[in-house]
Design a binder for this molecule. Structure first.
Ligand SMILES: Cc1cc2nc3c(=O)[nH]c(=O)nc-3n(C[C@H](O)[C@H](O)[C@H](O)COP(=O)(O)OP(=O)(O)OC[C@H]3O[C@@H](n4cnc5c(N)ncnc54)[C@H](O)[C@@H]3O)c2cc1C
Length: 452
């Protein structure tokens, strides 16, 4: 049987797809647990409330980062059946065509480009039209996949003026961001099921939907500590060790092992199993089974800055009003539970991606590109990484993909018991090219997230 670690976003999709074949049995090992009926997971408007809570979030932090005054930056990651999609912001958004075609440019073949992936994007989703989905063409929207997708049925009175403000700054309205160009401002779809008003994610729509299959077994609350590898040519992964309540167990796979523990812990598990940079493995006393200095390198993520605005009118219905106005809260609870609508189903809908050219003058851009080129030249990059940053540099110059993301959130994410604040989240990409990784984790993490 194939064994799978772990039961996150991608892991459960693979487990569900593989067990469509009755002669394949899949065992999934997941450190977190099933969070069915848990409001902070299910209820869209409560997004963010599970962050930093160790029951839901691995809650990693980086080592001190030189470029942000030596601060440790949090890295949230979902720890539950369904993984990070159980605590994410539910924005259902495809990248631009160029984002995927860049993989082909890097030489990754077998359909890992826009044309190759589009059929699978469509196969995943069941898009339900909503108030904001006018202009959305069927060609780029799947109708019958397992994951229900919906457009917000509740907006605060602030989304409209916010969109107008962006338009007045020259940001264009994109009526179908799923068609291969995700730049501009649009009304984003969300991974929310209109039939329940709840978050849709792989725990519900890929695991629960198939839990009666005899050939699918999911073990929860079990943390994999090592993949057992038999050295040789080829090296064979035969099973794994995992810990439940401080007791270590072993499991064998008769066919293969799929490692899907997310972008931080997948390389961590490879290293704990002896696949990685020999210098780092030796530092931690891990026998080297396969030397590969690229394991855990080249992490790219986006980080964000939140701008918070105080409203002149505190009666405007934002999520915070639920905390201070009991009548409003009771009405909205009823709407949510009876009709599956209202503010409790609220997700971020005003989303925009911008090329730097939108806000930077040609002189500012030219100066930054020169600095960047010099840094790339001086950096100790592998041939592959050099090719990658060259593609990214060209994307910057051509304004072909979004480099910056702005999200409007009709609530504040830091102040509680106030009705007066809304946030604008500004995301930018960071690339960790250096070594030095090691976030604080429950057991050895060989890497440190480096200075970006
Ligand atoms: C705060 C936040 C907001 C986000 N917002 C959005 C958004 O709005 N839209 C969007 O598209 N994306 C968003 N993302 C990103 C998206 O959720 C992730 O890219 C996606 O869920 C990653 O899927 P994955 O399968 O690679 O990993 P995950 O879904 O994280 O799954 C990994 C699983 O492995 C388990 N695991 C790890 N190590 C072990 C171990 N040793 N033993 C057993 N189990 C283990 C974890 O518990 C987890 O369940 C957000 C992410 C975060 C953190």
């Amino acid at each position: 049987m194939p064994a799978k670690f772990s039961g996150g976003t991608a892991g459960l999709v693979l487990a569900a797809r593989l067990t469509e074949l009755s002669d394949v049995t899949v065992g999934v090992i997941e450190a977190g647990v099933l969070r069915l009926g848990d409001a902070v997971v299910d209820t869209p408007a409560l997004m963010g409330q599970s962050l930093f809570n160790p029951d839901y979030d691995w809650n990693f932090t980086t080592i001190p980062q030189v470029h942000v005054s030596q601060r440790n930056i949090p890295i949230n990651r979902g720890k539950m059946i369904g993984g990070s999609a159980g605590l994410n912001f539910m924005i259902w958004q495809r990248g631009s065509k160029q984002d995927y075609d860049a993989w082909r440019q890097l030489g990754i073949g077998n359909g890992w480009d826009w044309d190759g992936l589009l059929p699978y994007f469509l196969k995943t989703e069941a898009v339900h039209p909503g108030p904001g989905s006018a202009g959305v063409s069927g060609k780029f929207h799947g109708q019958s996949g397992p994951l229900p997708i919906h457009y917000d049925n509740f907006d605060t009175p602030l989304e409209g003026p916010y969109a107008q403000a962006l338009e007045s700054l020259g940001v264009y309205l994109n009526s179908d961001p799923e068609a291969g160009d995700s730049t501009g401002l649009f009304n984003s779809a969300a991974s929310v099921d209109p039939a329940t008003g709840n978050r849709s994610y792989s725990a519900v729509n890929y695991f629960l939907a198939n839990q009666d299959r005899d050939n699918l077994v999911v073990l929860q609350g079990a943390q994999v500590t090592k993949i057992n590898l038999t050295p040789g040519n080829p090296i064979v992964a035969t099973g794994a060790e995992f810990v439940v309540d401080n007791i270590t167990y072993s499991v064998n796979a008769t066919k293969e092992i799929i490692l899907s523990a997310g972008s931080i812990q997948t390389p961590q598990l490879l290293e704990l199993s002896g696949i990685g940079n020999p210098n780092i493995l030796k530092e931690f006393g891990i026998p080297v089974v396969y030397a590969n200095p690229d394991v855990g390198e080249n992490l790219q993520d986006h980080t964000h800055v939140t701008s918070q605005f105080e409203l002149n009118d505190p009666t405007i219905p934002t999520i915070n009003l639920l905390n201070v106005n009991t009548t409003f809260e009771a009405e909205e609870q009823a709407l949510y539970h009876i009709n599956h609508t209202g503010i409790y189903t609220y997700t971020i809908s005003d989303v925009s991606f911008h090329a730097l050219q939108t806000f930077w003058s040609p002189a500012e851009l030219a100066q930054s590109l020169t600095t960047l080129r010099n840094e790339i030249q001086a950096a100790n990059l592998s041939k592959w990484q050099r090719k990658q940053v060259q593609i990214q540099l060209t994307d910057l110059e051509n304004a072909s993909v979004g480099q910056m993301e702005l999200l409007f959130f009709g609530s504040d994410i830091t102040v509680t018991n106030s009705s007066k604040f809304v946030d604008i989240l500004n995301f930018g990409s960071i690339q960790c090219t250096g070594r030095n990784i090691s976030a604080e984790v429950p057991f050895i993490l060989v890497h440190r997230v480096s200075d970006a």
